[in-house]
Design a protein around this ligand. Structure first.
Ligand SMILES: Nc1ncnc2c1ncn2[C@@H]1O[C@H](COP(=O)(O)OP(=O)(O)O)[C@@H](O)[C@H]1O
Ligand SMILES: [Mg+2]
Ligand SMILES: [Zn+2]
Length: 324
């Protein structure tokens, strides 16, 4: 699926504006110059006729080539004169040139038919904004995930080193039709959310649509939608849970569990699994808790088909506070 549609549309619109705005700004600066320097006003009038002169020359017959060459060199001389006047009046020579933010693509976002790197970057930033946890993604990355916090126990360190390496590799090789789903299990403050946002960041950078949600929000949105179904309006948010390339459900088990939430979760997980769309779930619950709360059906799908990562150690948030 790639870039989220609404993100793509938004950036595309921004770009068509950008290009126009750059031209409009240049026009405004040119008007300013004409008002300030009469000689520029005169020159600009003359320059504005060049196009028509060339047209006349090309239709007039005779030696059109040399006539056009003559007009061109006159044009260059006028431009040269204009630049000199600007500099003499304390303006930069290119003051009223169109100034694009990106000189490579002239703010169109494309070079021939390939997307310019500036547009790709804008899409990544917008993807992060649209991911549901932009502020976490900006703060938490593989780079500032330290394994030092797990050093007290070699077993914990081993396990967490393995988890981190697995996830770095997972993000690097992410494939929205092939990557497995992941279940992160373990106590509070062990880095589940931190590593989820690290993965999300890389995957968004690869141009994929990532959507993050806390379990509480997820179910409350499905609940809201449930009472709206009579309107038959497609709900974009609900659709995104099913359609995004990578769905991250954080803190499963913090929501109030009832028949509705259990069947909602089952449908969502099942649908994504059957279409091979990866999901990352994190939870503080043990396998027994999950079984008790969500039925065997869900448990067996999750433990049968998800890659399970066990997080171990002591609450990193608490360790950080102790150090302060
Ligand atoms: N290994 C780590 N290195 C650096 N910061 C970490 C690490 N693990 C967790 N943190 C930080 O500790 C806090 C709690 O981590 P978090 O990922 O929210 O834990 P969890 O989701 O497992 O409850 C966050 O601010 C997070 O950035
Ligand atoms: Mg968390
Ligand atoms: Zn560009």
């Amino acid at each position: 699926m790639g870039y989220n549609n609404s993100v793509y549309k938004k950036i595309y619109e921004e770009y068509s504006q950008k290009y126009l705005i750059a031209r409009q700004r240049a026009d405004e600066r040119a008007s300013e110059l004409r008002a300030a320097i009469p000689e520029i006003a005169r020159l600009d009038r003359e320059l504005s006729l060049v196009g028509i002169e060339i047209l006349h020359a090309s239709l007039s017959g005779g030696d059109t080539q040399s006539k056009i060459a003559q007009i061109r060199s006159k044009n260059e001389a006028l431009q040269q004169r204009r630049a000199e006047i600007l500099v003499a009046n304390g303006y930069p020579a290119d003051y009223s040139d169109v100034k694009y933010e990106c000189s490579k693509c002239g703010d169109t976002g494309f070079i021939e038919n390939t997307m310019c790197s500036c547009m790709r970057e804008a899409l990544v930033l917008a993807g992060i904004e649209n991911s549901g946890f932009a502020s976490l993604i900006r703060e938490q990355s593989f780079e500032n995930f330290s394994l030092d916090y797990y050093k007290k126990s070699p077993a914990h360190l081993d396990r967490m080193t393995w988890n981190k390496n697995f996830l770095v590799n997972y993000a690097e090789c992410f494939d929205e039709r092939k990557s497995p789903s992941i279940l992160m299990m373990g106590g509070t403050g062990l880095g589940k959310t931190h590593l989820s946002s690290s993965v999300a960041k890389r995957v968004i950078e690869k141009g994929r649509d990532v959507f993050y949600t806390g379990a509480i929000d997820l179910f409350s949105q499905f609940e809201t939608q449930r009472f709206k179904t009579y309107t038959n309006e497609p709900n974009e948010l609900i659709e995104r849970y099913f359609e995004c390339d990578l769905l991250i459900i954080d803190d499963l088990g913090t929501e109030i569990i009832n028949q509705f939430t259990v069947s909602t979760l089952y449908n969502l997980l099942n649908d994504r699994l059957s279409r091979k769309k990866p999901t990352i779930i994190s939870t503080n619950l043990s396998k027994e808790d999950i079984q008790k709360k969500y039925t065997d059906r869900i448990t067996s799908r999750m433990f049968g088909e998800y890659q399970v990562l066990f997080f171990m150690g002591t609450d990193v948030r608490a360790q950080k506070l102790m150090k302060k």
